[in-house]
Design a protein around this ligand. Structure first.
Ligand code: ATP
Length: 216
């Protein structure tokens, strides 16, 4: 039987409750066999993150350790090239059966940035795209995505058929939490308790991460 695998890529700098809750809710709603969080090594679109890749990975591992529906995939950290999602999808596809369904989860902000991604028009050859609402982001889709949305979106995420090729919007509990906000709070010496899992908070404290940094 075809497997249903979801992936959520990100900087996870640090991983927070909106990543985790969104991932878990989608995994449940769509009855996924597995949902993998994939930390990016050197995000192509961003300045270098303040925590090292290994520290970001360690925090994601701690965050999902007690949740069997969520897993961590560290392939982007094992690669010595920049982390382009298309490469990750091709690599994952090489390990799956042709009929397996692959779902790429993207927050609305990430989805709107798609036209700047490497070989973005090929993404849907490998996966379906699930767009997560993001209460802290703009609402207009960029012009470049209008045709794609018109051609590929389906109303009901349960109605995504086949291994790849369609786009659906999913509803998950809106949480206006961002890693940027968390880094800012920590830089100001304020608490981020309940915005990240306790194990992640302990890791941040034990490693003295994000202290006194006020850049993004
Ligand atoms: P930063 O504030 O550093 O930009 P972030 O909080 O956006 O980080 P990322 O690691 O960049 O976190 O996000 C990974 C994925 O999770 C992206 O697809 C992003 O859109 C999504 N995401 C992050 N936060 C939320 C949120 N609050 N609601 C829905 N999706 C989110």
């Amino acid at each position: 039987m075809a497997r249903r695998i979801g992936i959520l890529g990100g900087t996870f700098n640090p991983v927070h409750i909106a990543h985790l809750r969104g991932a878990l809710e989608v995994a449940e709603q769509l009855a996924l066999d597995e949902l993998r969080l994939i930390p990016s090594a050197r995000p192509p679109h961003r300045a270098a993150p303040q925590a090292t890749a290994e520290q970001r990975l360690a925090m994601v591992r701690l965050a999902v350790a007690s949740e069997p529906r969520l897993a961590v995939d560290d392939r982007e950290l094992r690669r010595d090239k920049p982390s382009f999602t298309i490469d990750t999808l091709e690599s994952l596809r090489g390990e799956l059966a042709a009929e397996d369904q692959l779902f790429l989860l993207l927050g609305w902000d990430a989805f709107c940035g798609l036209p700047t991604w490497q070989r973005w028009q090929e993404l849907l050859q490998h996966c379906h795209i699930l767009v997560l609402q993001r209460p802290d982001a703009d609402s207009e889709a960029p012009e470049a995505l209008r045709d794609l949305l018109a051609a590929r979106s389906v109303n009901d995420p349960q109605g995504l058929v086949g291994p790849s090729g369609q786009i659906a919007f999913v509803w998950q509990t809106p949480l206006a939490v961002s890693a940027t906000q968390i880094r800012h709070l920590l830089a100001e010496g304020r608490s981020v308790r309940f915005l990240v899992p306790d194990a992640v908070l302990a890791y941040i404290q034990n490693h003295g991460l994000y202290r006194g940094q006020t850049d993004s």
